[in-house]
Design a protein around this ligand. Structure first.
Ligand SMILES: [Zn+2]
Length: 220
């Protein structure tokens, strides 16, 4: 490697190197330099095991940020499952079929986690070695507000009432998402924990509203 070029572009080069892992294929035993997004051995085309040192963002091939593009995530998910779906391996040997089952369920889990704003936040916090606990403090005033909102949802009867609450809570969650995105960007984990604790309450109200929408047979 040209050392001068390497030094000049070292930051870029290093980020490329990090993507490459030197592994041996479990099936043919040959060394393969595989890009993370490449799923198959370059020699025998057998599906490889998911990288143990990876995380959900890398598995899905999306940028590691709270503020992710949900459409891009959905597209990556579809692309990956096109290659990984166990049905595609029904005629292959048993071991490769098992790898595809393992990989495919990992991709399902990664997709579900990253798609959902609350789960995504908790996951990103965990990657940074932190958890939100039951006793992460939220103030009394906030809890009263949440209790009142819960009651409003329980008492909502007409479609208009339910849909108005739906919009209000959805907007609240969107605002929290924006704040979370900034807090993650700033590396302010205390703020992240506080915001996730608040989001937890709104997510539970949102679930309640979604089941009310289903129960009333409201078509959107
Ligand atoms: Zn191979």
């Amino acid at each position: 490697m040209n050392l001068i070029v390497f030094t000049r572009h070292s930051k870029f080069k290093m980020s490329m190197f990090r993507q490459i892992r030197q592994i041996s294929c479990w099936s043919c035993g040959k060394d393969i330099k595989t890009l993370v997004s490449n799923l198959f051995c370059s020699h025998c085309q057998v599906l490889q095991e998911p990288d143990k040192n990876s995380n959900y963002f890398k598995i899905m091939g999306v940028r590691e940020t709270y503020d992710l593009d949900e459409n891009e995530l959905a597209k990556k998910y579809k692309d990956l499952q096109k290659y990984l779906h166990p049905d595609k391996f029904a005629n292959k040997n048993k071991q490769e079929l098992e790898v595809s089952e393992k990989y495919s369920s990992l991709v399902n889990e990664a997709y579900k986690t990253l798609l959902e704003p609350m789960a995504r936040g908790i996951y990103m916090l965990r990657l940074r070695g932190k958890e939100i606990s039951e006793n992460t403090e939220v103030d009394q005033e906030f809890l009263i507000k949440i209790m009142e909102k819960n009651e409003e949802v329980e008492n909502a009867e007409t479609e208009a009432e339910i849909m108005e609450l739906n919009e209000e809570i959805k907007n609240m969650i969107k605002t929290l998402q924006k704040q979370l995105s900034i807090a993650f960007f700033d590396g302010d984990l205390k703020k992240v924990m506080k915001l996730l604790s608040v989001m937890k309450y709104y997510t539970s109200i949102d679930n309640q509203i979604q089941s009310a929408i289903r129960n009333k047979g409201i078509i959107r």
